[in-house]
Design a protein around this ligand. Structure first.
Ligand code: IMP
Ligand code: MG
Length: 174
């Protein structure tokens, strides 16, 4: 089976416009307040880098690597592969994600991070696939809503590949 990634869904130009819009919303809402920005590895590394360079408030940037799995007797469990090193108690925290699909990962991560006592905890995602959601998770900041397609590029991968594309492409298996 061959993988075809010829079809561009979102151009780099549209991504730049999205970055300008989302960063303007964040600059308005967090004006003057220090924020802990937590990028979710690996997919959000590019979005996080592009976003923080457009932010005007003081930021501390950190990263976490997590995954969720549905266990036999549970609705989902969170595995923390790499934790952040910043103490988020009483801080304004912004989770930066590449894409929200079922919403399981971020619902579990939010629950876990609330236990650490942040002042606020919000989610900013580059892309959102709301048609796939299994819970009521809604991002506080959303770049671009997309249909139910598997996409790669701008940090998103298929088996570790294609993260380096500067646009977003649809994966076709043929
Ligand atoms: P979920 O919201 O818990 O289902 O998982 C979201 C994670 O699944 C994202 O952080 C991505 O790593 C991955 N993912 C979901 N949809 C896509 C896609 O279209 N392309 C690449 N990765 C995806
Ligand atoms: Mg991911």
């Amino acid at each position: 089976m061959a993988i075809n990634t010829d079809q561009v869904m979102i151009s780099h130009d549209e991504i730049e416009k999205m970055l300008d819009r989302v960063s303007a919303e964040l600059n308005r809402d967090y004006a003057g307040k220090p924020v802990v920005v937590v990028g979710i590895l690996t997919g959000a590394f590019i979005f996080t880098a592009d976003l923080v360079r457009r932010l005007e408030m003081p930021v501390i940037v950190d990263f976490m690597q997590v995954s969720s799995y549905v266990g036999e007797y549970s609705t989902g469990e969170l595995k923390i592969k790499k934790d952040m090193s910043v103490d988020i108690k009483d801080m304004d925290v912004l989770i930066v994600e590449d894409i929200i699909d079922t919403g399981r990962t971020l619902a579990l991560l939010k629950e876990k991070l609330w236990e650490r006592g942040p002042k606020s905890l919000k989610i900013c995602t580059a892309f959102d696939k709301p048609s796939r959601r299994v819970n009521d998770l809604v991002p506080d900041y959303n770049g671009i809503t997309i249909p139910d397609e598997f996409i790669v590029g701008y940090g998103l991968d298929l088996d570790g590949k294609y993260r380096d594309f500067d646009d977003v492409r649809i994966v076709r298996k043929e």
